[in-house]
Design a protein around this ligand. Structure first.
Ligand SMILES: Cc1ncc(COP(=O)(O)O)c(C=O)c1O
Length: 369
């Protein structure tokens, strides 16, 4: 059994999360976890280091096999090796995808959304078009009438599936509707599925959007880096069935976006080969954390179906004062909603040991009171 309660000091490791604020502030912002990566991944990296030469390295065929078997095992999706393009991150993949598919046109996305999505249209010389997610009781939904109208003129649709920051794991029906709209209007789907393995709601499962409508041109982006807490290793993979789109994607990277390094390949292969209880244990721990957070945030948040990020309504606080300084005064470093096109909300990352979480929740209770 993994001890997710272990508190590992991170400030002196140069951690982005832990060095942003003064030591009296507890950070619950950027999406990495405060848990040690699993031993089978650390061992694989050590073994690779012991070879002694960390040279330029091509993506090993065994890595592609591991990823293809992982897709088949979890999602019953069979993909040939030639559909895969290895990348040093999902965010570069989003931007390359837009460059490959949007010729200065409209890039449509449901908002609020993980903030690098918002910059993609400007990076590819296109225009950003938002479609607001709608809160329906305990659930955030896409507005399909609005999306269908906007899809008529859009080049690209950017999807966060599961959704960061609202924690939605969309159903097959929702994704089918979306895929059919994009196929009908020949909008290229770019689906970021980095959180696919972090499904907290027992009644949900992750559904890759690409296979739902094969006539939709799609770029799906995956990485095991969130699930196994190795985001600093920067490795991701794009799955692109359409050959012409894949060629444009590959051309767009030339001279700008390199490949991951050998330690990243090794760690990712170990992750894709994992069939141990590490992920189920992680999910059980995260569910417990979510329950503790929900006990404090109450109606302000919707249940987190997927990811380890809660989207919390603080519009009442925002009406009276600036949100970020308010939470910092209470010793909390949170992601501020305005960054995600979600004014008046905050995002709370609850992937940390209970001792850290409980200290943060006392502060959160005071800050929300
Ligand atoms: C939805 C989503 N996509 C992408 C990323 C970052 O991916 P990468 O580090 O591989 O660029 C994150 C990290 O928080 C994320 O939440």
């Amino acid at each position: 059994m993994t001890n997710f309660d272990e508190v590992i000091p991170r400030r002196d490791s140069g951690s982005t999360k832990w060095t942003r604020y003064d030591p009296e502030v507890l950070p619950f912002w950027v999406a990495d976890m405060d848990f040690r990566a699993p031993e089978f991944i650390l061992d694989a990296i050590r073994k690779r280091v012991d070879h002694g030469i960390i040279g330029y390295t091509r993506p090993p065929a065994s890595l592609a096999d591991a990823f293809r078997e992982w897709l088949a095992h979890h999602y019953d999706w069979q993909v040939p090796e030639e559909w895969l393009v290895w990348l040093p991150g999902v965010v570069p993949g989003l931007n390359l995808a837009a460059r490959a598919a949007a010729t200065g046109g409209e890039v449509l996305m449901p908002t609020p959304v993980y903030y690098p999505f918002l910059d993609v249209p400007a990076h590819c010389g296109g225009q950003r078009v938002d479609s607001a997610l709608v809160r329906d009781g305990n659930c955030w939904r896409m507005d399909f009438d609005d999306i269908a109208a906007k899809a008529r003129t859009a080049d690209v649709f950017l999807l966060s599936n599961p959704q960061n920051p609202t924690g939605r794991a969309y159903t097959t029906e929702e994704l089918q509707t979306l895929a059919d709209i994009c196929a009908e209007h020949d909008v290229v789907m770019v689906s970021d599925e980095i959180h696919s393995a972090i499904i907290l709601d027992d009644k949900r499962k992750h559904v890759p959007i690409a296979p739902l409508n094969p006539s939709m041109r799609c770029i799906s982006l995956y990485a095991p880096t969130k699930t196994y807490n190795i985001p600093g290793l920067s490795c991701a993979v794009a799955v692109i069935a359409d050959e012409a789109l894949r060629e444009r994607f590959t051309e767009a990277r030339a001279g700008l976006v390199g490949t991951p390094g050998p330690l990243a390949y090794t760690a990712c292969e170990a992750a894709f080969r994992d069939r141990s209880t590490w992920v189920p244990e992680l999910l059980a721990y995260l569910r417990g954390n979510q329950d503790r957070l929900a006990a404090v945030a109450g109606e302000r948040m919707t249940p987190v179906e997927a990811t380890y990020l809660a989207w919390i309504d603080v519009r009442d606080i925002a009406e009276r004062q600036a949100v970020e300084p308010h939470f910092l005064r209470h010793g909390l470093g949170l992601s501020i909603g305005a960054q995600f096109a979600g004014d008046g909300w905050v995002r709370f990352n609850f992937a940390c040991p209970r001792a850290t979480l409980d200290a943060g929740l006392q502060r959160l209770a005071d800050a929300l009171a």
